[in-house]
Design a protein around this ligand. Structure first.
Ligand SMILES: [Ca+2]
Length: 336
């Protein structure tokens, strides 16, 4: 440390006894803080952003199985643990917390949220489930088994997605920033701007923490991103257009708000469960690199318990598709 050396030089120039005492005191204080360990609560280290931003790895989804999913569920959050699937559904008057049987889509347990709230992201912390609301600044804490309300958390801004990485909660609010929150106090510990190939990526929605990484849906987009929270860089771009196209063709709906949303990691075999808002199907998938493949074709290949998806060419592009990004009046945005 250079600071004590500078202080010692200044001390030599002091002539009066009182000034010497004061200077020695200051030196001791300086030395004390110089010897103290670096506070761990300081902002985490960020890499040099002058360095080139990485290009996300192009990925697609490999469908392993297809299961029924409640078409009335406006899916906002999915959480898996040991064969149990919890789901948070949104819309005012239709918001719920659910326990769902993955293979059949049957709703085994449900807690209705008051019509004043538009439920959003969901995360499990131990025996508790934390459920966000969109614009009412309140998170509900539920017992994961009984669905008993254990408490509420107030927060500022909007609530979109939520996941727990074993230590902290990661939250999205529709912007390009992920918020790292204390899992007990909900206090913000860090803010992580997210960028894809150097460009801010807004509308981060439902989240899934997997190890040190975070997977995120992007509102009204057909892709999922894998984010490194240490840098904010998108490291993988998973093209889910094969799912979106198939479900729209099969069920004949075209509402841009009924978009791909909902990610739950199944750690037992490193699969993911994904679905969408009002989607009648839930998919067991693996994310697979398509780099080096001649056609970039995603062919659902697993056994399907309910149906099979057509083969659809998944185009891996750096630029996110914009076909559903349309300008709508504010009233329509209340469907978020
Ligand atoms: Ca999730």
């Amino acid at each position: 440390m250079s600071r004590p050396v500078v202080g010692a030089g200044r001390t030599a120039a002091v002539h009066t006894a009182a000034a010497r005492i004061a200077a020695i005191g200051a030196l001791l204080v300086t030395a004390h803080f110089a010897a103290a360990p670096t506070p761990t609560a300081a902002a985490p280290t960020r890499p040099n952003r002058a360095a080139q931003f990485p290009t996300p790895r192009a990925m697609t989804v490999e469908v392993l199985a297809t299961h029924p999913h409640d078409r009335t569920a406006y899916t906002q959050g999915l959480v898996w643990e040991d064969g149990t699937l919890w789901e948070s559904t949104g819309l005012n008057g239709q918001s719920t917390l659910r326990r769902v049987e993955p293979a059949t889509g049957a709703v085994l347990q449900q807690r209705d949220i008051g019509a004043a709230h538009f439920a959003e992201g969901l995360a499990r912390v131990g025996d508790r489930l934390i459920q966000l609301t969109w614009r009412t600044g309140k998170a509900f804490i539920w017992d994961k088994r009984s669905f008993e309300l254990l408490g509420e958390i107030a927060y500022g801004g909007e609530g979109w997605g939520l996941c727990h990485n074993g230590t902290d909660l990661i939250m999205s609010d529709g912007s390009d920033t992920l918020f790292v929150r204390d899992a007990t106090t909900f206090a913000i510990k860090d803010r992580v701007p997210v960028q894809i190939a150097g460009e801010p990526l807004a509308n981060l929605n439902e989240l899934e923490c997997v190890g040190d990484t975070v997977y995120a849906n992007v509102w009204r987009e057909t892709f999922i991103v894998r984010i490194d929270p240490a840098t904010g860089d998108v490291t993988e771009r998973i093209d889910g257009a094969v799912l979106d196209s198939a479900i729209r063709a099969k069920y004949g709906f075209h509402d841009p708000y009924d978009c791909l949303n909902g990610i739950a990691h199944v750690p037992e075999d490193d699969r993911f469960l994904v679905t969408g808002k009002h989607w009648p199907e839930l998919y067991e998938v693996r994310f697979r690199a398509i780099e080096g493949e001649p056609t970039g074709t995603a062919s659902p290949s697993g056994t399907s318990s309910a149906t099979s998806l057509p083969t659809v060419t998944a185009t891996a592009t750096k630029t996110p598709p914009r076909r559903w990004v349309i300008h709508l009046p504010w009233s329509a945005r209340s469907r978020r």
